[in-house]
Design a protein around this ligand. Sequence first.
Ligand code: IMP
Length: 428
Amino acid sequence: MPATILVGLQWGDEGKGRVADWLAAESDVVARSSGGDNAGHTVYANDIVFKLHQMPSGILHQRVTCVLGNGVVLNPVNLLREMEELIANGVEVTPERVVISTRAHIITPAHIALDKASEQARGGGAIGTTLRGIGPAYMDKTGRRGLRAGLMADPEAFADALYQHIEAANVTLAAEGGETLDPHASATAYVDAAARLKPFLKDTSLYINSRLKTGGRVLCEGAQGTMLDIDHGDYPFVTSSSPTAGGALTGLGFGPLQVDRVVGVAKAFSTRVGSGPMPTELEGELAARLRGTGENFWDEFGTTTGRPRRCGWLDTVLLRYTTQVNGCTELVLTKLDVLSGFEALKIAYAFDVDGERVEFPPTTVAELERAQPIYQTLPGWQEDLSAVRRWGDLPDATRAYIERVAELCQTPIRTVSVGPEREQLVHL
Ligand code: IMP
């Protein structure tokens, strides 16, 4: 089993962190291939809640080497802070355990300022980004004027390139009505962080390929979700990368024949942060029940931004599409425990778009905004699932819900989660 790709099938926040943590236990390398610190992967291990933004969840497994691949955009200051927090919690973070691609792109203070300015300029049409500078960093990458992580190997050259980049960005910032930056003052922390990250730099594509050749097992830990994919998501309310199985290969630099397992993670209901269509969105009491109060770390509030997430019934029209886009070989359904106590549960299995019944999501936002979900109602269950560890111990209604989702997605569900702790998984 050389490589496994783990992807989110909704709008992110599917619980990929805890699934990655489980799969990391049987992996030698865990790699991030896209996105940056817009991600927030929560892992609850040894009574500590780890909120990882850039570091792969594999860091919590001693034998695993973590890779930040060429497809990621990285904020050196925030990455260093995350590394220090891990070290403070007893996790070993050394160049033997963490490698950063020289081809990854750097998120700069100018990218963060540009993200803010462009969101402000969009007014009511704002995307609701995480304001981490993700979009502007990828724009500079595709515009062929970005700063690659490899530059950090030469701190002086890195500092010069950063100053020039900030000066150039100031012109755009001024034109967009944003606040311009003092190149030197805003770059200081970045230059310091770059010097400290230098020992971690490597050609990670060569590294991953060499591990695969010697029988190493690689887990690609996806970030965000397929509905946020720049091509397959509901553009323009998407992120600026490809958090899909295809993106994992480009973002890490190895070939498709190495992959024999694509695990898609979906939450047992729908959530979304930021703007954009969400056909099964609920308001009022039902939404509040799904969201939780925010007292627990697993409630539906953004790990990165703290924003309350929009909540709704499970949408298998989208899931049917996203399982195909990724070629999922199996699914994991998370947060099933949250559905305990509902009288009845609804699952969207088709949409009505302008009087026409469709099985797959329309490709324009305008049509998706008009899509009326067609629901099947299933009986709920009252039992607390948190202590269940075996398929046979799940209530009949829970098993029926899982089986129906698998049928609608045309993909087997092999694992469900019934709580935030490592062991709260049921394997089918
Ligand atoms: P950006 O990635 O910060 O540019 O944000 C673009 C869109 O993706 C916004 O709707 C964000 O809320 C959403 N987004 C980005 N990263 C995540 C994530 O890790 N989880 C959930 N939503 C995300």
